[in-house]
Design a binder for this molecule. Structure first.
Ligand code: FCB
Length: 448
């Protein structure tokens, strides 16, 4: 690691998301979101955990920013809870919600930390789900209006924006597999939601560009590195399908203005292709100043005749694994960084999430998380390699700053570089936090 030097303007950061850390779900006029509904439905979340309290960040943001400052973070990515701004998703604006993000922004800037806000990290206002959620085309306008308000209120101080976080996970897990909110299991709905997410992203970007506010706006995709489990033609074809379903379905419209023909044909043959109106794809094409990539793992893919519509079986089979059962494979990050440049565009990239959960144990007020340090170090090296080959990577955000509510896994999975004792809300730096602080300091010294 000693030899790795990143560009001097590279941003080192950490990421979180509103529902996973804020808690205070009934404070400050916040409206309910689909994650409140889902997590409070018994049996949906491990241990029936909810985000009701989470890390209580809504009340502790000032001391959390002190931790960020002590870490030397140059940037911090979090999300805005739509239902704090519009408790019903649209219509009446909640001033207390605006004030919270206003104060958060000012405190970050006072600490010389550049805020990056994701507008939608899955916590859709419940009232909008009652109208059909993102399956309803009207949502693209409600999202655009919400985005526009945030640009207006914060655009003088915030100049990096992300529209959606992981539209693939939101549409697939939330609407096809049903293990995330809103808990729907229907292919047609899931694919339609994916289209409306992309389109709403494009409308928000148009609004940003029309606002005249300075800065850049992009979208964050989760990219999973799929490789064939064997070299049989069937497994290779399955890998292409899986990559098409999870990755190309989102990348192609953003960069090429078209859904991938192979996957569209598959959906058409099952009557689940999305309803797309004239101009939708033209609006989605090139609707980004940068691409955000969330990268975590590799899956080996085999053809499985009876495994549903995709006929693929994509699983982590070769270790080492994290506590999520995810296979650690830093090469996959390098693969995507270079592939975006060669197959899509030489566009600025931010790694908006990367990190790992392990079975952390607090001993003497810290966690000896050598495996997390090793994970981060290897992914930094993969990033450096891509930069050396000309990929325009501009920043890296470790997931996560704090242990937090890990969706359907509740609090059972710990991704933080800072350990959270949920009983006392005390924060304890894991060894990875000290390591990251020293790494950032060394980078600053090298480039100054
Ligand atoms: C990503 C999510 C993020 C977090 C990590 C572990 O899919 O964007 O909120 O849960 O996974």
């Amino acid at each position: 690691m000693a030899n790795i030097i990143f560009p001097s303007n590279f941003l080192w950061g950490a990421a979180t998301a509103a529902y996973q850390i804020e808690g205070a779900v009934n404070s400050g006029g916040r409206g309910a979101s689909i994650w409140d509904t889902f997590s409070n439905t018994p049996g949906k979340i491990d241990n029936n955990d909810t985000g009701d309290v989470a890390c209580d960040h809504y009340n502790r943001y000032i001391s959390d920013i002190e931790h960020m400052k002590a870490l030397g973070l140059q940037s911090y990515r979090t999300s805005i809870a739509w239902s704090r701004i519009f408790p019903e998703g649209k219509g009446q604006v909640n001033q207390a919600g605006l004030d919270f993000y206003d104060r958060l922004t000012d405190k970050l800037l006072e600490a010389s930390i550049k805020p990056v806000y994701t507008l939608f990290h899955w916590d859709l206002p419940q009232k909008l789900q009652d109208l059909g959620g993102f399956n309803n085309r009207d949502l693209i306008y409600y999202f655009r209006d919400y985005a526009q308000l945030m640009f207006e209120k914060l655009g003088d101080r915030v100049n990096l924006w992300i529209t959606h976080n992981e539209p693939a996970v939101y549409s697939h897990n939330g609407h096809i597999w049903g293990n995330h909110a809103p808990g729907i299991a229907d292919w047609k709905t899931g694919i339609q939601v994916s289209h409306h997410l992309l389109l709403s992203h494009a409308l928000a970007v148009e609004a940003f560009r029309q606002s005249g506010k300075p800065g850049d706006i992009g979208i964050t995709l989760n990219l999973t590195y799929f490789e064939p489990a064997s070299d049989t033609p069937a497994d290779q074809a399955a890998t292409i399908r899986q990559d098409g379903f999870g990755n190309r379905w989102f990348l192609d419209p953003l960069f090429k203005g078209a859904y991938p023909a192979d996957i569209l044909a598959l959906y058409e043959s099952h009557n689940i292709a999305p309803d797309v109106m004239a101009d939708d794809l033209a609006r989605i094409k090139n609707s980004l100043d940068f691409l955000g990539i969330n990268y975590y793992f590799r899956f080996a893919v085999s053809h499985k005749e009876n495994d549903g519509l995709l006929k693929t079986y994509a699983r982590a089979v070769v270790g080492p694994f994290t506590a999520m059962g995810w296979e650690i494979n830093p090469y996959g990050l390098y693969h995507f960084l270079t592939r975006i440049k060669s197959e899509y565009a030489n566009i600025p990239i931010y790694i908006t999430e990367n990190g790992a959960a392990f079975d952390d144990v607090l001993v003497n007020n810290t966690v000896q998380d050598d495996r997390r340090i090793d994970y981060l170090e290897k992914h930094f090296a993969a990033t450096a390699q891509a930069i050396a080959e000309g990929v325009d990577v501009r920043g890296y955000y470790v997931w996560s700053l704090l242990d937090n509510f890990e969706w359907s896994f509740g609090y059972s999975k710990r991704f933080g570089i800072i350990y959270v004792d949920y009983e006392t809300q005390q924060r304890y730096w894991k060894q990875s936090a000290y390591w990251y602080r020293d790494f950032i300091t060394a980078q600053k010294n090298k480039s100054s």
